[in-house]
Design a protein around this ligand. Sequence first.
Ligand SMILES: N[C@@H](CCC(=O)N[C@@H](CS)C(=O)NCC(=O)O)C(=O)O
Length: 217
Amino acid sequence: MANSSQRLVLHSYWRSSSSYRVRIALALKQVPHELVTVNLLSNEQKSEAYMKAMNPMGNVPCLVVDDEPFIESVAIIELLEDLYPEPALYPKSPKERAHVRALCEIINAGTQPFQNLSVLGRLESDDARKAWASSFIARGLGAFETLLAQRDHAGPFCCGDTISAADVFLVPQVMGAVRFGVDLQPMPRIRRANEAVLALPRIQAARPESQPDALKA
Ligand SMILES: N[C@@H](CCC(=O)N[C@@H](CS)C(=O)NCC(=O)O)C(=O)O
């Protein structure tokens, strides 16, 4: 593996879907790293120290590589792809790569921002938050399912028999869908890909419930 001498530290919150994306990518590529937990419920991500040193957006994740902080999960995962090319999460073919990136962006730009803590905090009640988040998640995952159907294949992953960044982004968003009560029955391809990823032994340590800061219900 390339760059095994680098020191990586991931700043993460167990239930953060954007952190979960990075944890899955690190796990698939088997990259050794340390974990620092950031408690979103007590607003640690908005502390002056964290925003100054790690992420001026006041968000997780932040991946520190040899003392240099990197933010935005899309950029972090592409950095990991460059530093640790195997297994590849993006296809080599430019067109296939564009399809994978489009699926990632449906989640990253078109879905997750609407369920973010600081956005939901602007709404007045739990019922309003649930209705808001579930409608945007249903819209995003509905489009994601349509794209998978248009490029139909035997699966089990989003782009066939090889896991890709599209799966890395999908699984944490499915977690959000379940949390906000979105009906996944009409989305068989999404359910199939989600189950295939969650069955991989490699990613078990990346799951929210495996994190040291996971709240035990
Ligand atoms: N586009 C960013 C989104 C980061 C993001 O929204 N993180 C959420 C958790 S998934 C967060 O830290 N929210 C804290 C807040 O809103 O105060 C990325 O992909 O890294």
